[in-house]
Design a protein around this ligand. Sequence first.
Ligand code: UDX
Length: 439
Amino acid sequence: MKIAVIGTGYVGLVTGVALAEIGHDVTCIDVDRNKIAELNQGIPTIYEPGLGEMMLRNQNANRLFFTDQHAKGLDGVEVIYIAVGTPQRADGSANLQYVEQAARDIAETLRDSVIVVIKSTVPVGTNHHIKEIINANVAPGIRVRIASNPEFLREGSALRDTFKGDRIVVGTEDPETGNILEQVYKPFGIPIVKTDISSSEMIKYASNAFLATKISFINEIANLCEKLGADVEEVAKGMGLDHRIGTAFLKAGIGYGGSCFPKDTNALVQLAGNHHHDFNLLKSVIEVNNHQQRMLIEKLITRFESLAGKRVAVLGLAFKPNTDDLRESPALVIIPKLVDLGADVICYDPIAANQGTRWISAPAVYTKNILKALSGADCAIIITDWPDIKRMEPDTYARLMASPIVFDGRNCYSISDVKQAQIEYYSVGRPSVIPETIH
Ligand code: UDX
């Protein structure tokens, strides 16, 4: 099938590459000429394991093209995906200006009837609004059918999620459109949930809100475990074995970040409010998460009389491992606060180190060398559970640091391993480890 994807951000690029990989003829369109130039040279504009190779393979097979010209990209296509960003406005609602612009660009360029699929995360009701924009601007006689097809992929495992996802959700106004999209996706062999447009839009928000709720719930349990002397990892394991609860998304830590959970939970609260529904549960989820990000700093302040002049090693900048994305990362809250408190901050991240100065204006040093970050440090704070941090022997802290005091925001080490090393260790929802010699 001949397909166009508008927007080569995270979702758009992964979608375009994956659709080409299963045999479709795909053109990705973006107004950013520099991005298109890079993509045309076979250089992926996002960090995602495996994406570069797959992209190049499909470009070389003449199934995947990139252009900044709508007329060229939309010529003769049967399906158009809108995958542009819906950033958060100051009031928490979703900013739809890029989706609306994409709709106008499509309407002005179209010469044949098509299906327009909205992949961007948009509030319930947006698909109908976009259809109105297209119909108001399209040439007479051209039929545009609309479909909602939310994206559930995670950064860092986007290709695996696309090819091995749990479900594909397709919301349409008529069964024929649903059947065509079913054909598009058939090669993936993933169950397809066909529903109406509003329910499809809601499935995306409800899914992300539910996962965020699970995280904030276990984080609250973790905070309570600390007070009561229980171990949240044991609690999560015991809870998760109940198949009604499940083990996923019960990892306590310093809270969720990234481009989706914070934005989508805020947007759902806002959307509910617009319809006179006070979504109290979700408001608490957001509040718990905000507190969780600040919690490590509170522990640090309790432990040290003053951080002035102390050398603090921050391990991990990205909001989670296997991505270079710092959006809504706890690092953005924690690093400026440490600098504020007078600490001398050195940050390590294996992939995102060179993004530090772009995102954080407070003075700090950034390195891709973990040993350099830890050498001579008075304390270390783990923000991201990168595999190399998890693999590190806990006694490395004792060997390299001036005083081996570790605040682990991601529970990277087992308490029994930590007890073997001579380090002072504070994690989330688990007993602290304070070696005898330090007492
Ligand atoms: C998420 C959704 O999972 C995905 O379906 C949606 O399309 C986009 O948003 P993503 O933001 O890439 O994906 O990351 P995810 O792996 O879901 O993690 C989100 C955040 O939650 C990370 O900061 C992670 O560290 C945190 N998290 C996750 C926890 O703190 N505990 C957990 O148990 C799971």
